[in-house]
Write a protein that binds this ligand. Structure first.
Ligand SMILES: [Zn+2]
Length: 372
């Protein structure tokens, strides 16, 4: 999840907010100012309720941020690059460049978030026992934050994927069976169970106690359910693709072009005739770059005939796979770098391309044929 607005950086990690976060800020400020604080502290002024409400809501997000920072910093010490943390309507998410490759790394990364929240909640709760005036907004916010952090810790420890507890469960099953697909499936099923349970609880609360709180819980349940389902499907897909070699999807007649070819010739002979979006650029059979439709758009059409392809092509970074690599590797490169295709290169020799669309049509064809 990419942040809509970037705020600042901590330890090389961009901290940002997703636009949906604004709705959560309004919801929490409103609930605190209009419901929670007036119930416990009837003597404050309206302005005090709102200042405490907005302040409390912002501090909830600082709590969520600290939870996510714990995940991200442990990920970094395990060698996994983290480019950003995004706060959104349902909490926070650390955007990692890759998934942990070892069960122990996943375990450490997952458990540290809830532990941070529980420790923080415990410390804040301890502070409420200090001899301070218990009728002030500061005390009310302190007590509220202690509870929120403890909830945050406990909620995230529920053992269903994609919650932290689900990741902990997955890492334990993964470590003991050495089977990531099976581990994701089990943790995902437990995650879907909790998703349905939250939806049920939410609907019950909507009709019996509080419509808005019930709706919130049902919404969280729906989110958990669909994330668990998507994670299971994604891991199953990766597993399937890891059994197919890039070579099996390679075209027999590969179109390539020379760097001196004009953009006009490339558009006429390659993009129009072959319906491709990209073509490898080769000199004497050696790979030197890739030219795509996006590159063509950098030059106005009246300059195409006078512009050689080498002027517009990308020569680095070039993302390549070997014919003997599996499709999962190709798909990971495509997804991670947000590109449409990778180049197939056999020890630096010009090979061909494999695109997102090629992989999708393979999956669709297998589904039609009733193959796994
Ligand atoms: Zn977490």
């Amino acid at each position: 999840m990419k942040p809509t607005f970037k705020l600042f950086r901590i330890a090389g990690i961009t901290i940002g907010i997703h636009y949906t976060w604004i709705f959560a800020l309004i919801f929490f400020s409103w609930t605190l100012a209009m419901v929670y604080f007036p119930a416990g502290y009837p003597d404050w002024s309206t302005a005090t309720y709102w200042i405490a409400g907005i302040g409390g809501a912002l501090l909830i997000f600082i709590s969520v941020l600290l939870h996510e920072l714990a995940h991200s910093l442990v990920a970094k010490t395990r060698g996994i690059p983290v480019h950003s943390i995004t706060l959104f309507i349902l909490g926070g998410v650390s955007n990692l460049d890759e998934e942990p490759q070892k069960p122990a790394a996943e375990f450490a990364m997952a458990i540290v978030g809830p532990v941070t929240s529980l420790v923080l909640g415990g410390i804040l709760y301890g502070l409420t026992y200090l001899p301070i005036d218990t009728t002030t907004p500061q005390f009310a916010i302190l007590g509220y934050l202690a509870i929120i952090n403890i909830y945050l810790g406990i909620f995230n420890l529920l053992p269903g994927f994609p919650m932290d507890g689900g990741r902990v469960l997955r890492s334990i099953i993964w470590g003991s069976t050495n089977d990531l697909t099976k581990a994701t499936n089990i943790a995902g099923i437990v995650g879907q169970f909790f998703g349905w349970a939250f939806i049920g609880l939410g609907v019950f609360l909507m009709i019996s106690v509080s419509f808005i709180n019930g709706m919130w819980i049902a919404f969280i349940g729906w989110f958990l359910n669909s994330s668990a389902d998507a994670s299971r499907k994604e891991v199953a897909l990766r597993e399937r693709l890891s059994h197919v070699k890039v070579r099996e999807l390679m075209h027999q007649n590969i179109a390539t072009i020379e760097p001196e070819t004009t953009v006009q010739d490339m558009v006429t002979n390659i993009f129009r005739k072959q319906h491709g979006r990209a073509v490898p650029v080769c000199r004497n059979g050696k790979l030197v770059g890739i030219a795509t439709i996006t590159d063509v758009k950098k030059v106005p059409p009246d300059k195409w005939a006078a512009t050689p392809v080498k002027k517009i092509m990308t020569s680095e970074p070039l993302y390549t796979v070997a014919p003997e690599d599996n499709l999962n590797k190709a798909l990971m490169l495509i997804a991670k770098n947000d590109i449409n295709q990778v180049i197939i290169s056999d020890q630096g020799k010009c090979g061909g391309l494999i695109s997102r669309a090629d992989i999708v049509s393979l999956i669709q064809m297998n589904t039609k044929l009733g193959l796994r």
